[in-house]
Design a protein around this ligand. Sequence first.
Ligand code: AMP
Ligand code: MG
Length: 340
Amino acid sequence: MNTLLLRPEDAGAIEQAGALLAAGQVVGIPTETVYGLGANALNDAAVRQIFAAKGRPADNPLIVHIADFDQIYGLVAEVPEAARRLADAYWPGPMTIILPKADCIPDAVSAGLATVGIRLPTHPVARAVIRAAGVPIAAPSANTSGRPSTTTAAHVMEDMAGKIAAVVDGGPCQVGVESTVISLAGDKPRLLRPGGISLEQLEAVLGPVEVDRAVREQIGDDVRVSAPGMKYRHYAPHAPVTAVCGDPAKGADYIAAHLTGKSGVICFDEFAGRFPGHVVRTIGRADDQAAQAHAIFDALRAFDHTDVAAIFAQCPDDTGIGLAVANRLKKAAGFHIIEV
Ligand code: AMP
Ligand code: MG
């Protein structure tokens, strides 16, 4: 399959992406979080092609993207008051709400769960493509399963060229990490995945939110989780990663003392000069977590174009969007973590 690269500024490009989706094809689309691998969420066969293109395990559910709030009503069993308040505060935006699903959601989307994740993205190209398709769009991140997520159209082409119908090039993603996944399907609100909307922001609207164990710890194969996808190895470049957490200056000292011949470093800007002779990628200053979120997946992917054999990565603390960046880095490291 020849994968088309569509530019939203070209006449007819959005309509073409919409028509491909309406016809049951898979299309890479930009969102404010990461690029998504979209298909018609109501078409079981189309959705199964997403799993095939990514090599994604069938028990890892997909998020359904809508262009306008009212589309949610056909997709979930009911919209509770708490969901409406969250939506008022943070939609359109980088937040996915899990609710009991409506019957029209194919099993492939919900991975057999009784729930479905819904998101209203803010990216104008994402919303224009969803509107042009005329259907809700199921979309996981547009990377090969297990690899770092994609935040540019070039990243998507790296993983998906030849496997999907088209990629819409909306430029680099602004947020850079995936959406926050908040479940309102149980007795209490529960954070399943930290992301672009922080835990502090959720709690400002909902009051106390439980944080799922899978956010900070590795979950064993024998443990039941709310979303099976939380168990898999994720976000990983080819070289093994060590996440270095704690005081940033001490972390830089630790890395400088432990670097061997072919190690690479992901570090905060102020420490870039500490590792001469090594491949270094900076992700923003230690106190700029938004910059770190924006840069992290590109940094992880960049090492796959080098001969680096091991990567040390400085990890932010758990405040604000730092919780999401730390979660992605710890998972990329397979929870191989050094606390300094
Ligand atoms: P991705 O954005 O590719 O990383 O994948 C979507 C993620 O959303 C999954 O890995 C789950 O963590 C989460 N998700 C989607 N649907 C559900 C659901 N019904 N229940 C719980 N989590 C979900
Ligand atoms: Mg993903």
